[in-house]
Design a protein around this ligand. Structure first.
Ligand SMILES: [Zn+2]
Length: 320
């Protein structure tokens, strides 16, 4: 998939840093090895010197070149032997690479390294997304069911276990066009599960746009009045998955009503997935937004109901 230019630039920086780190690590190992066995320093200096003399040897004919090669080979053999005798690995004084395919350049045969570059791009795309910047700590792994009460006929914990499993399964078997509506009061984990989904999908190489409802509407409104380039808002319509966090927390107006309609409707028609979470009840949704879009959402999105009492409050109390 294609990423924004800033993602590629970020990854170039990652490889540059890695190469510098490899050089710095090697320099440290050199100091250690030379302190243990000073002869190693002499050998490496000689080898460097011989390397630079190869060109001038060419002028002196084959025998000179052969002699130089033989000297280099014998010094290399001595170096290896000394390293092993002193308890080092025989490649201790070579550069060590994280990726044996591209030698930490990110490129292999003129193309992105399949072994490592794709993963780096995914990580970078996540780190640079607004979600990565603000909510990166919220994953499925740290979604703690123990905060939900385990009492009553259908306990909040049972409900939330079902929601958690549903979301994990949603990611594992991601199908384009499948959409979710998470409904429930404040502090019940809707944002946590939404960002956990984003996290997981991005890891799978799926393009996710995460936005809070106020930001979504503000940006669309700016564009409408020519105060913002529409290209930046293209992601609301074009991304494979759009997550709208906290629908209903924006200042509602006729603009927000029609903007929600246009985003949701356009995404449905082009078979793209949308995840919306909201504190509003079904009745509130119908009252606040366009009837037609609310009934389309309720008719085609999977609806997850969240229950329990404010988890954030409990977490705070537990932390003292
Ligand atoms: Zn690589």
């Amino acid at each position: 998939m294609a990423y924004k230019r800033e993602v590629y630039e970020y990854v170039e920086g990652v490889y540059r840093d890695r190469q510098e780190q490899n050089e710095a690590d090697l320099e440290k190992r050199r100091q250690t090895a030379y302190a243990t066995c000073p002869r190693l320093k002499e050998i490496e200096e000689k080898l460097a010197d011989m390397g630079s003399r190869i060109a001038s040897c060419v002028a002196h004919g084959m025998s000179a070149i052969k002699k130089l090669h033989a000297d280099i080979e014998s010094l290399r053999a001595e170096k290896k032997k000394l390293l092993l005798e002193n308890g080092f690995a025989d490649d201790y004084l070579d550069l060590q690479y994280k990726c044996p395919v591209c030698f930490d350049t990110g490129m292999n045969g003129g193309r992105l390294c399949r072994k490592c570059a794709e993963g780096e791009l995914k990580k970078a795309a996540f780190a640079l997304s607004s979600l990565g910047k603000t909510l990166s700590g919220q994953t499925f792994d740290n979604f703690d069911l123990s905060y939900y009460a385990d009492e009553g006929e259908i306990s909040p914990r049972t409900v939330m276990k079902h929601n958690l499993d549903y979301c994990i399964n949603y990611c594992n078997n991601f199908t384009h066009g499948d959409s979710l509506l998470m409904v429930g009061g404040t502090g019940l984990g809707k944002t946590h599960l939404s960002s956990a989904i984003a996290h997981r999908l991005i890891e799978q190489g799926i393009e996710v746009c995460y936005v809070t409802a106020p930001e979504l509407f503000t940006r669309l409104e700016k564009e409408k009045f020519g105060r913002m380039d529409g290209e930046e808002n293209e992601e609301f319509f074009a991304s494979e998955v759009l997550i709208i966090d906290d629908l209903g927390s924006e200042m509602t107006s006729s603009f927000t009503v029609s903007a929600l309609f246009s985003v949701v409707n356009s995404r449905m028609n082009s078979g793209k997935s949308t995840i919306i979470n909201t504190n509003l009840s079904q009745a509130d949704l119908e009252e606040t937004y366009n009837d037609k879009i609310v009934s389309r959402i309720l008719g085609t999105y999977k609806v997850l109901f969240f229950s329990g009492s404010d988890v954030r409050l409990k977490k705070k109390m537990k932390q003292g």
